[in-house]
Design a protein around this ligand. Structure first.
Ligand SMILES: Nc1ncnc2c1ncn2[C@@H]1O[C@H](COP(=O)(O)OP(=O)(O)OP(=O)(O)O)[C@@H](O)[C@H]1O
Ligand SMILES: [Mg+2]
Length: 496
């Protein structure tokens, strides 16, 4: 009811163009239809709907579509020529807003609005109006269902299932039910109901196992055509050698991130920046943080945001950040953040604006989105990004020390069905001083191939032979690593 009143107020405010971004087109049309009916007694306005396939069609009384008005410029010329007030709902008109002829026609209709009130309502999943039309327009946000309304939708679907499957009742795990209602936030009524239906109808139960499926389906609904990736492959901290300091730091923040928001003594964690030597587990740690919090992992590749069209890059970033806000609680992983921010398009200022958009969002963020950004190359890292207070903490991921190298050997041998107890782990750790985790893993992989070629079983000797053959990064890039450590000394904390 309130939504109807809000929209009616916008229409009454004598704004010629109303923009509605929604995927729930039919519900929006119903809403507009009920407005025209309810105001019929005071000032009657005919209601029309236009689509490029059906042309213009009267909605308040039943008349055939007028196919001759299918072309976008034709329908605008037609509306401009009509001397009576009316409401024209244009569905999916957004691709035609780039055409200067259409822009001019729309402007004419808007300018004449005082004498003939022809309302134009654009409904699409996304609409960006040309600048010259913005002054004539208002946006209507279709409010999304509240927590109480979501609960009602879940109740309704639960009752439907029980009606269709007597005498059974839906088996409800109360905690999963609460999380389901929470996780459905940010979707339209129709999508909320659809996801609730998927969760309940597969097995007649609301259980923990429904939750991750709901989050994946939700991500797919929200991110159509977007650049945000849902990472299915999360890792556990037990897959990582070292980084225990980071692990402890993260576990201490779990309650503040996920607990009730009524605990004002704890600031909501914003996120961390991981800087360090290549192949030492930064990406791995980003994946494991989602597992520690037990929330979905979304990956934003800054490199893929770049678009040659003016303004598109920031729009994609804003949309991705908005999607992650709606997906909260979640971890937003921005891998190799410096690659998206360094130098590119610096003459047009795009990277500056992208950085600005991101930092503003990070500073103002109130949602349970935890950012894990990673970077290798400090020489191109914008200073604004590493200034104190941007992230909760900046961690430095260094080459692994002896004991940690030993545990990395254990982890990677075990993951390849080898019994670590059968290897000379101390010696292997000693011989791999200056190796990264990735290089240790690579030595094991190559040794397995070498052993197979000799039709022999893997042993320490095969691995030692591979180690001798490797020139680790710490040798090849000694200077850069030194520089990185020097830089990190006063700016970061160690991970272990
Ligand atoms: N500390 C570690 N414990 C276990 N495995 C590790 C560790 N560090 C690296 N590895 C292995 O090396 C691979 C590469 O590591 P990862 O991608 O996390 O490194 P990175 O720091 O993100 O490197 P880059 O800077 O190149 O992106 C991992 O998938 C893992 O198998
Ligand atoms: Mg990485």
């Amino acid at each position: 009811m309130d939504r109807q009143r809000d929209l009616e107020l916008i229409l009454r405010s004598r704004t010629p163009i109303v923009v509605i971004e929604t995927r729930d087109e039919s519900r929006m049309l119903d809403l507009i239809r009920s407005i025209t009916v309810s105001r019929a007694s005071t000032s009657y306005m005919p209601l029309f709907r236009w689509t490029v396939t059906d042309g213009l069609q009267r909605l308040d009384i039943s008349l055939e579509p007028q196919l001759h008005n299918a072309a976008p410029s034709e329908v605008l010329r037609h509306i401009r020529a009509v001397a009576k007030p009316g409401i024209y709902v244009l569905l999916d008109f957004h691709p035609y807003l780039d055409d200067p002829v259409n822009v001019r026609l729309l402007k004419d209709i808007c300018i004449q609005f005082e004498s003939v009130a022809r309302h134009l309502v654009f409904i699409s999943h996304s609409v960006s109006l040309p600048k010259e039309l913005e002054a004539f327009s208002a946006r209507f946000d279709m409010a999304l269902p509240s927590e109480k309304e979501r609960e009602e939708i879940v109740e309704r679907v639960t009752a439907d299932w029980a009606n269709e499957n007597p005498p059974s009742k839906v088996n409800v795990d109360p905690k999963a039910h609460r999380l389901l209602v929470q996780n459905l936030a940010g979707l339209t009524d129709r999508d909320t109901e659809q996801l609730a239906r998927n969760a309940i109808y597969d097995d007649g139960a609301i259980s923990r196992s429904d939750l991750s499926q709901v989050m994946q389906a939700k991500y797919e609904l929200l991110n159509r055509g977007g650049v945000l990736q849902f990472e299915y492959d999360t890792r556990k901290f037990s897959d990582i050698g070292g980084l225990t300091g980071l692990k402890t730091w993260l576990s201490h923040r779990k309650t503040a991130l996920l607990g009730p928001q009524s605990v004002p003594t704890l600031d909501m964690p914003k996120g961390i920046l991981l800087i360090g030597v290549q192949g030492c587990g930064k990406s791995l740690a980003a994946k494991a943080s989602a597992a520690i919090f037990g929330v979905p992992l979304l990956r934003l590749d800054f490199g893929s945001l770049y678009d040659k069209y003016h303004g598109e890059t920031e729009r994609k970033l804003r949309e991705s950040l908005k999607t992650s806000d709606v997906m909260a609680p979640c971890v937003l992983w921005i891998d190799e953040i410096e690659k998206g921010l360094a130098g590119r398009d610096s003459e047009t200022g795009t990277s500056q604006r992208v950085l600005g958009t991101f930092l503003t969002w990070l500073a103002e963020k109130r949602t349970r989105v935890f950012v894990v950004a990673t970077a290798n190359d400090i020489s191109v890292l914008p200073p604004e990004l590493v200034r104190k207070g941007r992230f909760d903490e900046i961690f430095f991921v260094d080459l692994p020390r002896g004991a940690i190298r030993k545990s990395i050997f254990q982890i990677h041998l075990a993951s390849r069905n080898q019994d670590p107890a059968k290897f000379e782990l101390d010696q292997l750790a000693k011989e791999t001083r200056g190796f990264s985790g990735a290089e240790i893993e690579q030595a094991i992989v190559s040794a397995i191939y070498a052993a197979q070629a000799r039709r022999s079983t893997l042993n320490s000797q095969f691995i030692l032979a591979e180690i001798k053959r490797t020139r680790p990064l710490s040798v090849v890039m000694a200077e850069r690593i030194d520089e990185l450590r020097r830089w990190a000394k006063d700016r970061t904390v160690a991970c272990d």
